[in-house]
Design a protein around this ligand. Structure first.
Ligand SMILES: Cc1cc2nc3c(=O)[nH]c(=O)nc-3n(C[C@H](O)[C@H](O)[C@H](O)COP(=O)(O)O)c2cc1C
Length: 344
């Protein structure tokens, strides 16, 4: 099957980044609805290499990172592209429009993206309604990534995370608490050791309360951290994760660092930078956390996975799974297949 993505990419890149994003999702949904998506993308052909992580069976080790399917509208379609898990969101309790446009920029020369989307999402009830349709036929693992509304003061952040957790409990295979987006004011302050410990404990208490209502279902709790933490802060968080026995950690979100793209005309756009400039540092954060944290707690590697070799570097640094966002934009579904086929 020839790789059609370079051709599709030429067309998509002729539009501004956000329009291309919407065209891609609508195109995928339409192609799936008439049964031609996996034929067009060559998806679903990877040999299954299932792994067990956080007590869940993942069909392979590569997943879609949060933020691409913020509304949960294309879960099954991403499954057909070959992803073993799909993380949707970030979703907040109430719907919100996100930041003003333009808020998404391609830095082609660097195979990178800067975004300041600001959690545009349909709210947790809207997302659940979408998922009830879009997950039909999906046999992978569904992660739901939760956050707080932009106008919820930081003192009250706990109730936003707990309300979302409760609302998605029945639908999610695992839930990620996003503490690391640079585009919601004050969000990354929630990564302080005390605040993070408190959040994990409260989510665990909520889970104890919900488990009997869901026939004993235990939803793993995952924390997603930023790449811009100091080594000491990472070590402090590793202690918190070990002490609380959180179920998993995602390293990393996007970076506010710009050194790798210095001199580019878009370097001063506010937001988080993702893609190739993030690869190395995000793997360093992963390796440091891995070495400092209880070995039983899995780490999921996200950040600049642009090639199968980048994914292998994350597995070699101790990742149990990897996730892709910007790599999909630049390389297309072929990348997913290449990673899924990496020997264990
Ligand atoms: C446009 C865009 C939107 C994103 N939105 C979210 C989000 O809502 N929640 C989240 O946890 N991460 C979000 N991310 C971060 C990605 O999930 C991922 O962690 C990060 O981009 C690094 O991976 P990459 O280099 O493969 O893109 C977003 C990334 C991009 C590029």
């Amino acid at each position: 099957m020839p790789d059609l993505y370079p051709f599709a990419r030429r067309i998509l890149f002729s539009f501004n980044a956000e329009t291309a994003h919407h065209l891609t999702l609508s195109g995928m949904k339409a192609a799936r609805s008439i049964g031609v998506l996996s034929g067009l993308t060559g998806g679903g052909e990877s040999p299954a290499q299932p792994v067990e992580v956080m007590g869940l069976r993942f069909p392979n080790r590569v997943g879609l990172a949060a933020g691409l399917d913020k509304k949960g509208e294309a879960v099954g379609a991403f499954g057909e592209l070959g992803f073993g898990h799909v993380e949707i969101g970030t979703v907040t309790p109430r719907p919100q429009p996100g930041n003003e446009k333009p808020r998404l920029f391609r830095l082609k020369e660097h195979e990178a993206i800067i975004n300041r989307m600001g959690f545009n999402n349909p709210g947790v009830e809207g997302l659940l309604e979408n998922v009830s349709h879009s997950r039909k036929g999906f046999s992978g693992v569904l992660g739901i990534n939760v956050g707080k509304n932009f106008d919820t003061p930081n003192e009250d952040f706990l109730s936003d995370y707990l309300d979302c957790f409760e609302a998605v409990y029945g639908a999610a295979d695992y839930v990620t608490a996003n503490l690391s987006s640079p585009n919601t004011k004050g969000l990354r302050d929630l990564q302080s050791a005390d605040t993070c410990r408190d959040l994990i404990r409260k989510m665990q208490e909520k889970r104890d309360e919900l488990r009997p209502k869901y026939d004993g279902k235990t939803v793993p709790i995952v924390i997603k951290i930023a790449p811009d933490l100091s080594d000491d802060a990472i070590k402090g968080l590793a202690e918190v994760f070990s002490e609380t026995q959180v179920d998993g950690v995602i390293t990393t979100n996007t970076t506010i660092e710009r050194a790798a793209v210095a001199g580019h005309p878009l370097e001063n756009e506010a937001g988080g930078l993702s893609g190739a400039p993030l690869t190395e540092h995000s793997t360093e954060v992963l390796a440091l956390l891995r070495s400092e944290m209880d070995q039983q707690i899995p780490v999921i590697g996200s950040g600049g996975v642009m090639t199968a070799a980048d994914a292998k570097a994350k597995f070699d640094a101790g990742a149990a799974l990897v996730q892709v966002y910007t790599g999909l934009v630049y390389r297309g579904p072929e990348l997913v297949r290449e990673i899924a086929e990496l020997p264990e």
